[in-house]
Structure formats: structure tokens, C-alpha cells
Design a binder for this molecule. Sequence first.
Ligand SMILES: C[S@@+](CC[C@H](N)C(=O)[O-])C[C@H]1O[C@@H](n2cnc3c(N)ncnc32)[C@H](O)[C@@H]1O
Length: 393
Amino acid sequence: MTHHSKPVAAAADKPRVRPYLDFYQQEAISPVAQDIGNLDRHFQRREALYRHLGIVPALIEGRSVIEFGPGSGHNALFTASLKPARYLLVDGNSVGIAECRDLLTAHTRRGNVSVEQALLEEFETDERFDVVLCEGVLSWQFDPVHLLRRISRFAKPGGVVVITCMDTMGFLAEALRRFASAVLMKPEATPAENLAHLTRVFGPHLATIKGMSRSHEHWVQDNLLFPYYGRPFPIDAAIKAIDAEFEVYGASPQFLSDVRWYKTIHGDERRYNERALSAYWQNIHNHLDGRSVTGPRPEAANQALRAECDAVFELQEDYRRTREPSILKVALARLQTITAMVGEFSDVTAASLADFTDAMQKGFPGTVPDFGRFTPWFGMGQQYVSFLRRGRA
Ligand SMILES: C[S@@+](CC[C@H](N)C(=O)[O-])C[C@H]1O[C@@H](n2cnc3c(N)ncnc32)[C@H](O)[C@@H]1O
């Protein structure tokens, strides 16, 4: 099994900032609010996610839960509603912490929820928890493997760890919007002007998302303006990082299936992580485009496709830093390779890619550029995985 992306860039050639935290603190924002105007619908979405991950209500009620990086706490509301005996939330951003405290106080009257400001790198406790949650935090970190190992230690044997992962396949549509943003942003403009311009340009794209639960400004801040210093953290890297102590338990999207007769599953035959890795590679093409879901493909074909997506992601980051026109040219040529590969299983995605390449080649002459069939294309940006800690409490 090969993975061709470059390793996370050495700290020496990157500014020493902490992903998310420093950007959020510098701008005094926590751009992760969810629309909870219809709380029932919000809870139903969270319930659907937890169901995929194997987190039934009884796994939370009366249990201990720790959550790292809850942000403003909108998702935490659902977890709190399942009545854990203890719910500790840890985040490094003072703005998010304050919003999280206010939101949870307004919605829950129970004294079992505590919110603590601390860095994932530094938080310490001897307590071990039934459930450890860490959503939307590990990708883009300089050393996600270290952070995952660190936070997963707080799970009891037999406990569950839930994380989100990202790969450049699910992120390709976003990487291309970041690419276009780098062309569209004016270096002399203020951040507020760039935010307003990009929100205008990409508003029609975001308007096509069914069930969009975030404001367009937050989305632009978090996806297009946010400086991604690290790399996406894909599921295969996460599984390998904690393979010694954890086994994959569930996933969303739910790409795992196990049709083996349970009596055959013991000893060396269990191979949960190995099978999860294989299922991940066979289904990863479905992360590319939420509109197109097809059956499994050969692992090697999907690995080759992800390698191309890795390369375009790197070129996009290089272009953002340097604005070197030759990088743009190379990237557009690689996009044609990707378009041909994608055409084997998704016409709608291939058409989106072709129109994006076309728009970039024309160079955005109008005030609000026309991205054609690229406009409604969004990937399955985040994937969730739950792990069981080996052993018994
Ligand atoms: C993208 S937000 C995710 C928020 C929420 N979990 C969600 O999924 O909507 C990432 C959160 O992780 C926090 N965070 C990121 N890196 C951190 C670190 N090293 N230590 C503590 N908190 C961190 C940020 O402050 C932010 O609230």
C-alpha cells in the first residue's frame, strides 16, 4: 500500500503558528457556529452521525465524556442532551470557550458539564473517560499523529475515541476554491474586503448546499482565508497512528462492512484495522463529490487518484505562498489528468473539473466569476472514525 504525498513540511520552513488557534485568537473569532434555529433538526443530524459511529444514547447517558476542541459548543449541545454523568470540554481558544460556556449554560441546567481552556498539547489529568471526542481539530495540525496519540490516552480500556479525518480527495473541491481565491484575493485589500469579495464570489456555490448549517462568512473564513499550515489528516494515517492500542469501530460515511460469521472472528483473524484500511481505499473515491456515490473500486486506482489530489493540494499551497504563474500552469495540467481518472466513475464530477479548469484559464474577467458546472460541487470534506480501546476497564 503506498501513499505518495509529501510528509508534513518541516517546521523550519513554516511560520511557527498553531493551526486554528492562532488564527482564531488573532481575529478574535470562533467561526464554527452551527445553525440551531431548528434544534430538532440539528439533533437529528447529530443522532445520524452518532448512529454511524456506534454511539448509542446509552453509551453516553450516565458515562464520562471528554471533548477536545468543541469550539462554540453547538455540537456539544447534543452530547450534553444525552445526559452524561460527567462532560468535560477542553479548548484553547478563549473566544470559543466563552461562547461554549454561555451556550451550554443557556441550554443545560445540570452541574455535570465543565469547560476548561487548555492546549491539546498540554492538557493533563489522571482521569480516564468512557468516550473521547475530537471533531474538526486534527487535520492541519503540524503533528496530528502526536496529538491523536495524546488525546486517545484519556480513553479507558473498552472506551471509545471519535475523531474526524480529511484527505485531499474529499478536500479537492475546497482546495480548488482556495486556488481560485488566491487568484481572486487582492494583496492590497484589507482582510474584511477580501472576506466580503470571496463571500460574494462563492455565495452562489454555498447556496447550492442542502442542509447548510453555517453562515457563508464563517465558511469563507474557515475554508478560504484560514492559513492551512499543516496537511489534511487522512483515515489511513489515523488508523496507523494508534493501531497498537485501538481498533476501528465505526465510521461516517459508513464505508465499513463485515459479513463474516462472527464465530470465525477471533485471535489473528480479527484484523479490524487491516480490513478498515482496505475498505477505506476501496471507497475513498466517494469522498470526492457528495453528488456521486458509486461502488468500491480497486485500491490501487484510488491510491493513484489520491496521489494526484495530494499533488494538486501541494501546488495550491505553493501558489498561495508564492503566486508563481508557472505553478498554476502545472496544477491545471495535473487537473486534466485527474479529470480523465474521475471520468471513469463520475461524469458529473469530471464536468465540474473541466469547467473549473476553463474558468481558471480564462482568468476571471468579470466581477463575479462564472464557474459553470463547478459551482454546485462539494466533496465529503470530513470523515468520522470511532475507535475502541483494546482491553477492558
Ligand atoms: C474547526 S474548530 C472545530 C469545532 C467543533 N469541534 C466543530 O466540529 O464544529 C477547531 C477547534 O479546536 C480548537 N483547537 C485547535 N487546536 C487546538 C490546540 N492545539 N489546543 C486546544 N484547542 C485547539 C480551536 O480553538 C477550535 O475551537
